[in-house]
Design a binder for this molecule. Structure first.
Ligand code: 5RP
Length: 233
């Protein structure tokens, strides 16, 4: 039997895929929830329900999945807009601010998601928080030679930085850009707008996982009376 979290992810992925229309340029996010959206977009394309769409992947992972499901791909050099982007999140606050980067892909995700005319976030209900940083640390992509000074300054800012280590890979996680990720736990994040800027201003930081004023629609998967349902924030 499929577990409830997987059911929620599948339903929310399907609901997001249903928002894609023929002829659109689609930003393809990264993560286990978006993977279902990519799969359903591919299914709609292969059944003839959708025509002439192209995807812009936010990671090598998204690129591999899109190829697997038969979605043609393009790059930002070849297009002048993105109609819709579909992407997951690790935390969502009531203002639709996000923490992303659980898959270490937040740098490319931020480029693609911010460019989209409509950015649709796909999450299960467990990702909703009152305040960003309640559960999930803020991922910060850092160029390798700057890891130590960046971690020192982050401590001075009140954060607890931890270098993200690989799973089934010795040593740190290396991003699609060849950098490393520092996960930073803050006691609280009273002003996400300010923290996003402060972190990105540290020399050696490429991008952090706070996304503010960017999400248009948040689709939330929930299980109600044993049935998966999707609601919109
Ligand atoms: C990757 C991300 C993901 O979208 C985020 O981690 C959510 O992933 P999942 O849907 O697997 O929970 O930001 O960098």
């Amino acid at each position: 039997m499929t577990d409830p979290v997987t059911l929620m992810k599948q339903e929310v992925g399907k609901a997001a895929a249903a928002l894609v229309e023929s002829g659109m340029i689609v930003g393809l996010g990264t993560g286990s929830t978006t993977a279902y959206a990519i799969q359903y977009i591919g299914d709609r394309l292969n059944s003839g329900d959708l025509k002439n769409i192209v995807g812009v992947p936010t990671s090598f992972g998204a690129e591999v999945l899109a190829k697997q499901y038969g979605i043609p791909l393009t790059t930002l050099d070849a297009i002048d807009h993105i109609d819709i982007a579909i992407d997951g999140a690790d935390e969502v606050d009531p203002r639709k601010n996000l923490i992303k980067g659980g898959g270490a892909a937040h740098t490319r995700e931020k480029v693609v998601d911010y460019l989209a005319n409509r950015f649709v976030v796909v999450v299960d209900a467990g990702k909703l928080v009152d305040h960003l940083g309640s559960v999930f640390p803020v991922p910060v992509e850092v160029i390798p030679m700057a890891i130590t000074p960046v971690m020192n300054v982050i401590r001075e800012l009140g954060g607890e930085p931890q270098l993200r280590m690989g799973v089934r890979k010795a040593g740190p996680v290396i991003t699609d850009q060849g950098n490393m990720v520092v996960d930073v736990k803050f006691n609280s994040i009273p002003d996400p707008v300010e923290l996003e800027k402060t972190l990105n201003n540290l020399p050696g930081v490429l991008e952090n996982g706070i996304f503010v004023n960017c999400a248009d629609i948040v689709l939330i998967g929930e299980v109600v009376d044993g049935q998966p349902v999707v609601r919109k924030m």
